[in-house]
Write a protein that binds this ligand. Sequence first.
Ligand SMILES: [Zn+2]
Length: 242
Amino acid sequence: MIEIARIPVLTDNYVWLVHDGESKETAAIDPAVAGPVLAAAEARGWRITQIWNTHWHPDHTGGNAEIRQATGCTVTGPAAEAERIPTLDRLVAEGDVVHLGGHAARVIDVPAHTAGHIAYLMPAAKAAFVGDTLFAMGCGRLFEGTAAEMFANMRKLEALPDDTAVYCAHEYTQSNGRYALAAEPGNEAIARRMAEVDALRARGEATVPTTIALERATNPFMRAASIEELAERRAAKDSFRG
Ligand SMILES: [Zn+2]
C-alpha cells in the first residue's frame, strides 16, 4: 500500500512524502528544505530512501544535499537540468521509469516553467507529481518556455484518468481561483469550487491534491482552447490583481 503525506514548508510550498509499506521505501518529492522533511518522515517511522525532483528551482531542491547526507538516499531529477542540480545521482527524461519498491513511476517531460521540468506519474497510487507545471485552477509561470509547450503539457496531463490525484508543489489555489472566476465568469464549477476553497482556507486547511477531473472542469489553462488563449490567460494572470 502506498501512503502519501503532505509537508507544508516555507511560505506556500508542499513537499510530498510517498511511502511504500511493502518495501518500506519513502520518496521525498521536491524537498525545498531538509529539517521539516526529515522530521515529518521520522514522525511516521519512515526513512527517506529517494528524492525525486521535478525541476531545478531552489524551493524544490534546497533540501537535497542535507537529506542525502542524513539518509544516504538516491536523488533523481531531470537530465536536462543536471547542471543546475549538482546533487543528482540519477538523470531521467520522458519515458524513463523510476521505482518505489515494486511500484513504477513514469517520467514525462513538461517543459515551460523551466526548460527541463519533468513530472512523475504513479498509476499504482493514482498519483501525478507535477511540481510547478499544473496547479489547482492554475499553471506554472512560463519562465523558461513557451505557451505552446505549456499547451502541450496540458494535453498530456488532461489525458490521465479522471481520478488521478494531482500533487502540486504550492498552495496557490485561492489566488488561481480568483483569476479563474474572472477568466470564465459563466463557469459554475469554478464558482462552486471557489466557495469550497474559501471555506478550507478560512480554516487554514490545504486545497491540494486536486484531481484531473476537477482540473478539466475548472482550470482555465487546461481549458484554454488554443495556444493563443493559453498565452493570453497566462499573461492576464501574471498581472491579475483580484
Ligand atoms: Zn518553480
